[in-house]
Structures are given as C-alpha cells and as structure tokens.
Design a protein around this ligand. Structure first.
Ligand SMILES: [Zn+2]
Length: 321
C-alpha cells in the first residue's frame, strides 16, 4: 500500500520518538553507603539504590542501608529486589535488617510479597541459613499477623549474563577481578529507557568490566588507596590492594569507557597499622587525573545521580570526610 508523503513522515517521526527516552523515564542512582568494612558513621557499608520506572533495585546491602533508605523516607518494604555483588560481609551484613524490618507493619516496612535476592553461588544457602537463624522471630511475628509472604526470601544463585528483565529494566551481571580466592564476584549493568549505569562491585582492574560497560552513561567504581610507607611495610595492605582498584587504574578504566560521569563509591582509605594514618580522600582526585580527564565525582552517602538528557548530581548535605 502506498502511503502519502506527509503521513509517512509522521510515521517515521513517531517511530523515532518511540526509541527516545520519554520525559520522566529517568534512571536514578542513590549511593546509600559509600564505605567499606570500617565502621565509619559518615560512610555506611556498600549499598546502591537504582530506581528505574516503578522498580527499586538494591545493589548490596551493607551496614546501615535500612537507615539510609528511611532517611529518604523510602519504606523498606517497597524495595523488593536485592542483588549481591559478592558475599564479603561488608556487602551483605545489612540484609537481615532490610528483610525483617521491611516486613514489620510500621510505615517504614509493610512488605507483603516475597523479597527477591540474586547473588553468586552461596546466596541461596545464606538465605536459607538466615531463615533458620531468625526462626524464633519469624514464627512469633507470623502469629501476630504480618502477611507471611513478606517474610519470604526468593533467592537465586546467578552467573554472568542477563539476570533480571522486567518493565523495561534489564540487569546484567558480569564477572570482575576480586582475587583468586574471592570468586565469584560480580559487577552489574542496569539498562533502562536507553540509559545505562554500571556498578563495579569490588574489583581490581577488570577488562571484562570495560567490555560490559561500553556505552554506559555512568560508571560507579570502587577505589582503594594506602600511604606508600604502609605498602612498604605491610604484606596485608599489599594483599588488600591487589584485589581492589587504585586511583590510577580506575582512571584507566574510565578512559577506556568514557562515561558521561564516573563516580567513586566503596572508598577504601587503607589503615592496617595504627602508626600510619590512612591517606587523605583529597588524594584520590589528582591520582585519578594522571590517567583520566573526564567528569568525576567522589561519592558520598545519599548522593543521587539522575540520568536522563542531563546527568544531575545532588548531595544530601555538606561534603563528608
Ligand atoms: Zn569484597
């Protein structure tokens, strides 16, 4: 059938529009915790919330993730999907809190459907063991009335590949380099409405991350640094840095990907010797600049990054240390 020229143009325009992200289809990233194992009041344990359409996806659930969510007045019960990058305790230690507190009938909780959990081999076993560990609480509270479905964890052990696809949101897990003894460890790529954010998880320099991050708008990457005198004297410090990324290497990663914005989270300022203080956070920027000249933010707890036509960064309060 022959379509007259004007309607044909209109059809093309509509087709083109359907491929562009509609207004309001923003991919929003909130750094709930930008710290590492150190029990720092200003940098809580690793946890990143990604909001894409109606989905609220949580990546890692470190210490204090639930407090940070409620600081934003996000009921814990509305976060119904969690992804673990790996099973190091600093990345998962807040999970039981999110799971159980999010099930309570208070306005901060009220989860009524199962909490989905994805992670490397061992995740299912951990969920089963937690259920046993908290059996007393689960039994007592179920008798008091909260819907039992909300206390269910539907856990899946995953491998590299697409692990979640729903309502236009696609989550892809990819292997990263967190050391020979720390396998598997994943980074994640989240695609939504033509935008993409990549989260590194814990890793040293990773070619596979660079491969999976091609075309990503924002890359949130871990970083670790120590004073040279500590690295000279401490085998433990050298070992820890060998499976994390120093600023110069992170800069190389960003230079390969060329994102619209690179962000540091999971910031490790190493201190293993009481006589040697950790490096200053101010050192991260110049050290990264030796290999990367593009846009870069040092992440802070509750920093949000909105990705649409623009990439907008907002801080929650005054810069933290
Ligand atoms: Zn780790």
């Amino acid at each position: 059938m022959l379509i007259p020229a004007f309607p044909r143009l209109l059809l093309w325009a509509l087709l083109l529009l359907s491929f562009l992200p509609a207004a309001g289809q923003t991919l929003k990233v909130t750094l709930l915790g930008t710290g590492a194992p150190i029990p720092n009041i200003e940098r809580f344990g690793p946890s990143i919330l990604v909001e894409a359409g109606p989905a609220k996806l949580l990546f890692d659930c470190g210490r204090g993730a639930s407090q940070r969510l409620w600081q934003l007045k996000i009921p814990l019960g509305t976060v119904n999907t969690v992804f673990f990058t790996h099973l190091h305790s600093d990345h998962v230690v807040g999970f039981a809190d999110l799971w159980l507190t999010g099930w309570l009938p208070g306005v901060y909780g009220r989860r009524a459907a199962p909490l989905r959990l994805f992670g490397p081999v061992g995740t299912r076993a951990m969920a089963a063991a937690l259920k046993q560990a908290y059996a007393w609480d689960l039994n007592v509270r179920t008798e008091q009335g909260p819907p039992p479905a909300g206390a269910t964890v539907a856990a899946t052990d995953i491998a590299q590949g697409v692990v979640y696809e729903q309502d236009g949101v696609k989550v892809t897990a990819f292997d990263v380099q967190h050391g020979e003894h720390l396998k598997p460890a994943f980074g994640y790529r989240i695609d939504y409405a033509g935008r993409a954010v990549v989260l590194s998880g814990d890793t040293g320099f990773s070619d596979n991350l660079i491969r999976f991050a091609q075309g990503a708008d924002v890359v949130v990457h871990e970083v670790a640094a120590a004073r040279p005198e500590l690295l000279r004297t401490s085998e433990t410090a050298r070992q820890i840095l060998s499976y994390h990324t120093q600023p110069e290497d992170a800069g190389r990663v960003f230079s390969h990907i060329k994102p619209r914005l690179a962000v540091y989270s999971h910031i490790v300022l190493l201190t293993t010797d009481p006589a040697i203080p950790p490096p200053a956070i101010q050192e991260l920027l110049p050290r990264t600049r030796s290999s990367y000249a593009g846009p870069l933010e040092i992440g802070e707890d509750l920093m949000t990054i909105e990705i649409s036509q623009e990439v907008t960064v907002r801080r929650f309060g005054p810069p933290s240390r």
